[in-house]
Design a protein around this ligand. Sequence first.
Ligand code: R7I
Ligand code: MG
Ligand code: MG
Ligand code: MG
Length: 342
Amino acid sequence: PVSPRLSKYCGALVGAVVGDCLGAYFECKRHVKVDELLNHFAALDSVRKEQQFTDDTAMARSVARSLVEKKGLDVKDMASRFVSEFYKEPDRGYGGSIAAVFSKLEKSGCSDPFLPAKEQFDGQGSFGNGGAMRISPTALYGYNLSEEELNKVSEDITRITHTHPDALRGAQLQCSAVRLALRETDTDHLNTNNFIQKLRTTMKQLENPQNLDNHPQPYCDKLDTIEEFLKRDSVDCSEVVECLGNDISALGSVPTAIYCFLRSLKPVDYIPKENPFERTILYAISLGGDTDTIATMAGAMAGAYYELDRVPQHWQDICEGVPDAVSYAKQLHTLCSDLMDS
Ligand code: R7I
Ligand code: MG
Ligand code: MG
Ligand code: MG
């Protein structure tokens, strides 16, 4: 095992928070005009008002807190934190159907923490991105776990609210991508083919473990699309949205977030930003749709890769919950070191 870097841990959680807070303004605008986006961000420079986080961060905070306080995954504890956060602040912009899960968990005292989620959508479970949007702290906790162990933890955290395979695989993909970004030490050069290949190996194992012909493997297919897009000089936003998605489904947003991170390693002509972390957030928002969630997921990867220093200080000052994110990152870093020593 190798020692993770604290600045990368802080970057991941702070990156996720600022993506959520700054993406929230544009959530559900189907098209984001570039002028409007650039003007909005220019005006933010003189804004002092706090930019509030949404459900994405509210739930990620519970994931981080529970992992820290229980020194690992305690599903009932995490479920009851989700529930009490929801009832304390129900107006954080939660998904349209998830209140039913929280209500059943509350009434049953979380006696079977996986049951209410299984009953969603006539028993098929939600395919929303609510599992993936909150999973990033798990990558910090699981920095040195085996791939199988990490995938199991991600799956169990997601199953508290989402049981559809797309939601489970999406959270596992997001968690794996954040962990890969944390493990990258050269912030001047990332081998994107290598990055995608590692994710493909992980997802292949999850989607098609027996390597059957014609077996559906929707996330592997999306990774192929990402790889193809990255080879091209430019890809229109409309094509990115059409092929990768920008909606509240896990399959229609997690691969998009990965593409946003990888695409923004290089300049984007219509986003005049030198700082690649900033570019990642603006590029993610420019795609429209579920902007808080795509920006929070891409922000976690970019923050993990570029480290905390690249997250603009002003963004850190105006986004709600940044000091807490730093504190959780430090605690997860300590926990991870303690687990290594034991
Ligand atoms: O997945 P979830 O937590 O929502 C997260 C999104 C993020 O964008 C947040 O920022 C917040 O805005 O919400 O919440 P769910 O209610 O489980 O899923 C979200 C929506 O996806 C549902 O309200 C449905 O519209 C849709 N959906 C489905 N529709 C049909 N069949 C999810 N699963 C299904 C399904 O199986
Ligand atoms: Mg949200
Ligand atoms: Mg959202
Ligand atoms: Mg510094």
